[in-house]
Design a protein around this ligand. Structure first.
Ligand code: NJP
Length: 232
């Protein structure tokens, strides 16, 4: 499959990209930091299957241009994984309006931009799969994550509506809902204290890769994955 992953320069997105390259997919990777995109581990056998497209998903125009480049390079976009995300661990009262705007622009509007950019290609092909990385903050209250939880709850609502709107066009829409995963998203202190029990980015990648192997006639609608010992 021809797969585009946003937020693929590190953490969960990078692990998904590396896993899907190993599984012989063609993978386009996006993030703002071009240098970090360069460190995606790809063995020489798969180097031609990797396409790096630096992108800030907060810009619809740039996201649209990126989709065009990827569709031209690969011939189609079969799967979009909207994975780029940012957070701040702060109470709402201490979260500035600029911080709210950044989180909404990337986490919620970034997904809207990705969806709007790929849908014309998928509708034309009568085939496609949009996978949105959401968060367990949508179904459980975590203090100090108000802006983040609001953005992800928006993505979940969008995901559920989109699924019903494009089901009959041959397009699948999936919500991946991960719990605590040991990535740069977390402050150092949390990683030191809870790192052992947190999921690895590779665990989430493994679930995504397995899901992509399900039969064509099946739509996986939502998957929640948590550390075996539960939330932090
Ligand atoms: O985060 P991190 P994760 N445009 O910080 C990119 C969700 N999640 O892997 O742009 C384009 O290691 C950034 O690259 P750069 C979470 O909400 C996680 O943990 O160069 N890309 C990097 O590649 C998110 O949706 C946990 O800075 C942008 C990537 O995004 C997804 O999982 C729990 C960008 C972030 O890598 C991956 O998070 C949960 C932009 N404007 C949900 N801004 C968890 N880790 O525990 C950032 O419930 N990126």
């Amino acid at each position: 499959m021809n797969i585009w992953i946003t937020g693929a320069s590190r953490g969960i997105g990078k692990a998904i990209a590396e896993e899907l390259l190993r599984e012989e997919h063609k993978v386009a990777v996006s993030a703002r930091n071009r240098e970090l995109l360069d460190v995606i581990a790809v063995d020489t056998a798969h180097i031609d299957s990797l396409y790096r497209v630096p992108l800030d998903v907060a810009s619809f125009d740039r996201t649209n241009e990126a989709a065009k480049l990827i569709a031209e390079k690969f011939g189609s976009i079969d799967v979009l994984i909207n994975n780029a995300g940012v957070t701040r661990f702060k109470p709402i009262i201490e979260t500035s309006i600029d911080e709210f705007n950044e989180i909404i622009d990337v986490n919620l509007k970034g997904v809207v931009h990705g969806v709007k950019a790929v849908l014309p290609y998928m509708i034309e092909n009568r085939k496609g799969w949009i996978i949105n990385t959401i968060s367990v903050t949508v179904n459980k209250v975590f203090t100090n994550s108000g802006a983040y939880a609001a953005s992800k709850a928006g993505v979940l609502a969008l995901t559920n509506v989109l699924r019903e709107e494009v089901r009959d066009k041959g397009i699948k829409v999936t919500a991946i809902v991960p719990g605590a995963t040991e990535t740069d998203m977390w402050p150092d202190g949390v990683r030191e204290k809870y790192g052992e029990r947190m999921m690895r980015a590779e665990n989430v990648a493994d679930v995504v890769a397995t899901m992509l192997r399900t039969s064509e006639n099946v739509m996986v609608e939502e998957i929640t994955i948590r550390p075996q010992l539960g939330d932090l």
